[in-house]
Unconditional design. Structure first.
Length: 158
């Protein structure tokens, strides 16, 4: 797992609609990069809906969210439509992004599946917050609150 203060690894991946997404696209913004095992499973659905429901608060914090799993584009499109998701899901079929972020393997028990973990990346593309053991029910709200605190701490430090 990456450490707070470390440079976030650059990446390129396609979203559920085949559009290319790069980490550099989010420079100047806060980015919630959350990894999850499988589309349409109970925990993953609860987590995705949580992020969907806090998206306006994230927007107000100059933050965006991207979900990443090893599922295919078609599965992501179905998941996005079924859950009315208002953010992008990235496809990682070769598992390069998962490997770069230490999000592949043993947490789920399946070495070819993404683990459930989250990074918050700051506007300078440094790791600001990490979450290894995630409760999908309240995770999104916790992330929003932690970003608010991190931003307040940075303002008071300047």
């Amino acid at each position: 797992m990456l450490k707070v203060g470390e440079a976030a690894p650059g990446f390129e991946a396609q979203d559920q609609d085949g559009r290319l997404v790069r980490l550099s696209d989010y420079r100047g913004k806060w980015l919630v990069l959350y990894f999850y095992p499988r589309d349409m499973t109970l925990g993953c659905t609860k987590e995705a809906i949580g992020f969907r429901d806090v998206k306006k608060r994230l927007d107000s914090l100059n933050a965006d969210v991207l979900g990443i799993s090893t599922d295919a584009e078609a599965a992501h499109r179905h998941f996005t439509a079924k859950c009315s998701l208002n953010f992008r899901l990235l496809v990682d079929p070769d598992r390069k992004v998962c490997r770069a972020y230490g999000a592949l393997g043993p947490i789920t028990g399946f070495l070819d599946t993404a683990s459930r973990l989250t990074y918050v990346i700051d506007p300078q593309t440094k790791v600001a917050l990490t979450y290894r053991f995630v409760n999908p029910l309240n995770h999104a709200m916790k992330v929003v609150n932690d970003i608010e605190h991190a931003q307040a701490d940075r303002k008071s430090a300047h």
